[in-house]
Design a protein around this ligand. Structure first.
Ligand SMILES: Nc1ncnc2c1ncn2[C@@H]1O[C@H](COP(=O)(O)OP(=O)(O)OP(=O)(O)O)[C@@H](O)[C@H]1O
Ligand SMILES: [Mg+2]
Length: 239
């Protein structure tokens, strides 16, 4: 038992010979990849290498043709994406896009679980008022980790590209995610801010029990922030 717990802690996610074919094309071919507890694991490779397909397989968006996926010690192969999401593996696009008219704080609160909507507990006002206060406190802590606490009152439509990315990360954290997949988080972001985004990601994983799977093209910028790097080419090879 002790050994199993340690194993779970050390490996958040691992795949065994994971494969996906589109017609005759091996988009992902026998990929063995491990994401360790509290790590930033980077997946790089040229266009069409299979990186996004790999993440789609792991998050249940696509079903693999063969191979296994384990998350927090459970075999999640073939699970639907909403079930994997509620287990704590979140891909940022799975979170509905920010409510642009709501403030930064309200967007994070919307991702936290609230008992105010619970029909059993809702009548006990004192109970949920306290809960809401706790949620606001939690939301501010999360906003502090992504550098958005000073602009908590901005409506989301006023945010720049890099800030919107950080709001996505904040909302993923608010769901209680244990593993967050970011597919090209700095794509389309001004290079001047790209390092900031990745710096926040690193600090978050240092301070919270969360790991990141980062797909990136701009390895020159991203590499210094990664703990582990996997290189994928034409579906996998010897990962
Ligand atoms: N739904 C699909 N149907 C058919 N072929 C697909 C599908 N999705 C991806 N492919 C093919 O699978 C291969 C891997 O694509 P994928 O998008 O996973 O690559 P990628 O590494 O994410 O590339 P990029 O860096 O451009 O985002 C490509 O040849 C692509 O054309
Ligand atoms: Mg891709």
């Amino acid at each position: 038992m002790v050994i199993r717990l340690r194993e779970v802690n050390e490996k958040v996610l691992w795949t065994e010979k994971l494969s996906k074919y589109f017609g005759g094309l091996a988009a992902v071919k026998e990929v063995n990849l491990t994401i360790k507890y509290k790590s930033v694991t980077m997946l790089i490779g040229p266009n069409g290498a299979g990186k996004t397909t790999f993440v789609n397989l792991c998050t249940g968006v696509l079903k693999p043709d063969s191979g296994k996926i384990y998350f927090l010690g459970k075999d999640i192969t073939g699970w639907p994406s909403h079930k994997i999401y509620s287990e704590g593996f979140v891909r940022t696009f799975q979170i509905p896009s920010p409510f642009l008219k709501l403030t930064v704080l309200e967007n994070v609160l919307a991702s936290l679980k609230s008992d105010a909507e619970n029909p059993v507990k809702a009548p006990f006002r004192n109970f949920w008022v306290k809960k809401e206060e706790e949620n606001i406190e939690r939301a501010f802590k999360i906003l502090g980790k992504v550098g958005l606490e000073d602009i908590w009152y901005y409506e989301a439509f006023k945010l720049g590209g890099a800030q919107l990315k950080m709001l996505e990360v904040a909302r993923a954290l608010a769901t209680g995610a244990k593993l967050i997949a970011l597919d090209e988080p700095i794509g389309g972001v001004d290079p001047a801010y790209a390092g900031d985004i990745l710096g926040y990601v690193r600090n978050i994983k240092d301070s919270i029990d969360v790991s990141f799977l980062l797909i990136e093209h701009r390895i020159d910028i991203a590499l210094p922030f990664a703990d582990y790097v996997y290189v994928m080419d034409r579906g996998g090879g010897n990962l």
